[in-house]
Design a protein around this ligand. Structure first.
Ligand SMILES: Nc1ncnc2c1ncn2[C@@H]1O[C@H](COP(=O)(O)OP(=O)(O)OP(=O)(O)O)[C@@H](O)[C@H]1O
Length: 227
């Protein structure tokens, strides 16, 4: 039996409008295997981010089944969702770094929040990860001293430093020129393969689709094509 990292069956989701419910996801069925790189595409408003945030334990499952590492998230408590999030790295369109922290402190913070590891060890791991994303010479810089591509590399280091089982990336190259965008996805691919970490990435950027092992197209809240 294949052991999926994400196993979704008949997942639907609604946003409340005052009287009528607004259904934005319809009967989604989707599996993701360990270490697999999956890309999700689709028009604006089709439900991609909603699906990503449900998988990431950032929203409660309303209808259907969503299992992360065999744990059912439908009906899960807040504490259980917090546990789930510890296995997931998030990379957003804009890097979301804290401007008053250096590159190292930004990466280190994600370790210190989630684990009971000593400060010196978190510091060592954060520095090693910044070397891995080729920012060894920028460790003590603040975000304002870094280019867009460098900031996004810090965000990748932050997402991967705790060795998550899954990285959810919402348009990680949107703010970058094509060369930096390509470098960023190559780096995500390399680091994820080294750590056997799966990636689910939303992108409109056709130039980076080649790193995916599977492409899912979502339209009007439905998966309409899987390649
Ligand atoms: N918090 C919310 N409250 C009400 N409706 C919402 C909310 N968030 C999203 N929606 C609606 O849900 C639908 C899906 O939105 P979602 O953000 O998932 O789409 P998307 O495919 O990620 O779009 P984009 O590519 O523009 O980011 C849209 O119709 C949107 O208006």
């Amino acid at each position: 039996m294949v052991n999926f990292i994400v196993d979704i069956k008949n997942l639907s989701h609604y946003f409340d409008k005052k009287i009528l419910k607004n259904q934005v996801l319809f009967d989604i069925n989707l599996n993701i295997q360990h270490g697999e790189i999956v890309t999700m595409t689709g028009p604006s408003g089709s439900g991609k981010t909603t699906l990503l945030t449900l998988i990431g334990g950032l929203r409660s499952v309303q209808k259907g089944s969503l299992k992360f590492l065999n744990q059912e998230l439908s009906g899960a408590s807040n504490d259980q969702l917090v546990q789930v999030r510890r296995h997931i790295g998030y990379i957003f369109q804009s890097h979301n770094l804290l401007n008053f922290l250096t590159a190292r402190q930004n990466v280190q913070m994600s370790l210190e929040l989630d684990n009971n590891i000593p400060k010196w060890e978190a510091c060592k791991k954060a520095e090693a990860m910044l070397h891995a994303v080729k920012l060894g010479n920028r460790i003590n810089c603040y975000p304002s001293e870094l280019s867009g591509g460098q900031k996004q590399r810090v965000a990748i280091a932050r997402a991967l430093v705790s060795h998550p089982k899954l990285v959810l990336a919402d348009e990680p190259t949107a703010a970058l020129d094509s060369k930096s965008g390509r470098d960023i996805v190559n780096l995500m691919q390399l680091l994820a393969k080294e750590q056997n970490c799966a990636i689910l990435m939303v992108t409109h950027d056709h130039r980076i689709l080649d790193i995916s092992e599977r492409i899912i197209h979502i339209d009007d809240g439905r998966i309409v094509k899987q390649l």
